[in-house]
Design a protein around this ligand. Structure first.
Ligand SMILES: Cc1cc2nc3c(=O)[nH]c(=O)nc-3n(C[C@H](O)[C@H](O)[C@H](O)COP(=O)(O)OP(=O)(O)OC[C@H]3O[C@@H](n4cnc5c(N)ncnc54)[C@H](O)[C@@H]3O)c2cc1C
Length: 411
């Protein structure tokens, strides 16, 4: 089926071509399943999204046999995360001892990742990507979801499907239409993202800076730093109202090495707010419908795991779905199996993120003095038998899935 054709029925309809939807689309098409992925935007260009490709995802790319080609795309690698307080206290997380072939995080723009995956998927005849196609609702019949309704070219269309996947992100329209209840956990932080020039002689690591009431993380993007300025929940408007000059001073107070470079922030338009949320669906499925990725569980940015967890969901969904789909029959037990396999790893990571937010980030933001790095973190990261546990969780997640769906012929 050509990429731009407007099909009215398919085997698997996927709403959303983010990391979860794109990877699931690729794996199903590769297994010979007809799949249509709908993406509401015309391209994948998004600033400040999950650009952190962790070893768990690199291992999956390796299983697909594409990792060497993938790593020829422009990216830079980081093997250490360093935290430093303004009083000089330091803490380092190292990926260099992890039990994996890929002992680094690859920083790559998410649009390059998505273009790469969808290009691979288009090599399979059963894959269709519809851009500028926005899912607006679900088709329901006798209590089951039978496909979705989408808007494209100013008109409403129907796409009937044996199974409909909600991979439409943290504000998912499809999960709302499916009426699945969401459990939200309060998050004490939000994040302001922006860019500043980086000098080539500066550290390769991810660098965290902690000062009185301030917390900043700098991600090395080669020519520039991608900076996360962590703020107390709901404080973005107050910070903006104090003006850009005051904001620049706050940045330099915690990261003096940025000095004059903060003048690079010329407008609030260059500062993007991420409203941090940790939530998850109580039930990820209904007959004929399954939510995965952020649509099933929005992750905190702590650890930069969101994209990687979404991709692991996609792998497990493909493992569970490809056989029933090839027989044309997906019972709800299969969908429940996807949730059963993924829910525990997701909840464990969310619980750890909540602990870091409450025990470390909140006190740091509320402190009027230079906060010290918690003793537990210091003991954990300086004890040889314990120090690899945190980087291992960040890099590999829990219950690492492997690709079990087969590869059929390409176009
Ligand atoms: C500002 C920001 C910074 C982040 N930083 C990091 C980070 O550093 N590291 C990390 O790992 N994670 C980060 N994340 C989280 C990460 O981006 C997500 O966890 C990850 O992308 C989830 O993948 P997904 O495919 O489930 O959803 P998304 O990536 O949200 O993809 C959903 C896709 O569906 C499309 N869509 C939405 N609604 C519809 C619709 N109705 N019809 C059709 N298409 C639709 C969207 O356009 C999008 O392409 C960040 C998120 C944000 C917002």
């Amino acid at each position: 089926m050509p990429t731009s054709a407007q099909p009215s029925s398919t085997t698997c309809a996927i709403a959303g071509c983010g990391p979860a939807g794109a990877v699931l689309g690729l794996l199903l098409a590769r297994a010979g399943i007809e799949v249509v992925v709908l993406e509401k935007h015309g391209d994948f260009l998004r600033d400040f999204r999950g650009d952190t490709v962790h070893p768990s995802t690199l291992e999956l790319m390796d299983e697909l046999g594409v990792v060497d080609e993938f790593l020829t795309l422009p990216h830079n690698t980081v093997s250490h995360v360093q935290l430093q307080t303004t009083a000089g206290q330091k803490l380092t997380l190292s990926l260099e001892r992890l039990p994996t072939k890929f002992r680094f995080i690859a920083f790559m723009p998410q649009w390059d990742f998505l273009e790469f995956i969808t290009r691979r998927a288009q090599a399979f005849p059963s894959f269709t990507l519809l851009r500028n196609a926005e899912a607006t609702g679900l088709i329901e019949d006798a209590g089951a979801v039978r496909g979705l309704v989408y808007r494209r070219d100013g008109r409403e269309h129907e796409l009937r499907a044996a199974i409909t996947i909600g991979a439409d992100g943290r504000t998912s329209v499809t999960r709302k239409a499916a009426g699945l209840p969401l459990i939200e956990t309060a998050s004490p932080i939000d994040v302001l993202w922006f860019r500043l020039p980086r000098n080539q002689d500066e550290a390769q690591a991810v660098a965290g800076r902690i000062g009185p009431g301030r917390l900043l993380v700098m991600l090395n993007r080669d020519a520039y730093w991608q900076v996360a300025f962590v703020i107390a929940k709901g404080q973005a408007d107050a910070i903006r109202s104090r003006g850009l000059e005051a904001f620049r001073r706050e940045i330099v107070s915690v990261a003096p090495e940025l000095g004059q470079r903060v003048e690079g922030i010329r407008d609030w338009d260059e500062v993007k707010l991420l409203t941090v949320r940790i939530d998850r669906l109580e039930r990820w499925h209904r007959p004929g419908y399954l939510a995965i990725g952020d649509a099933a569980h929005a992750m905190s940015p702590v650890g930069g795991v969101g994209i990687n967890v979404a991709i692991q969901d996609a792998v497990v969904a493909a493992n569970c779905l490809w056989q029933p789909l090839s027989k044309g029959d997906v019972g709800e037990d299969v969908l429940a199996d996807v949730q059963r396999r993924r829910e525990r790893p997701v909840r464990l990571i969310q619980a750890l993120q909540a602990v870091v937010q409450e025990r470390f980030l909140r006190p740091a933001l509320e402190s009027q003095q230079v906060p010290s790095i918690p003793w537990l973190a210091r003991v954990l990261l300086s004890t040889p038998i314990l120090r690899d546990i945190p980087p291992r969780i960040i890099a590999l997640g829990f219950g690492r899935p492997h690709i079990e769906s087969p590869a059929r012929d390409r176009r």
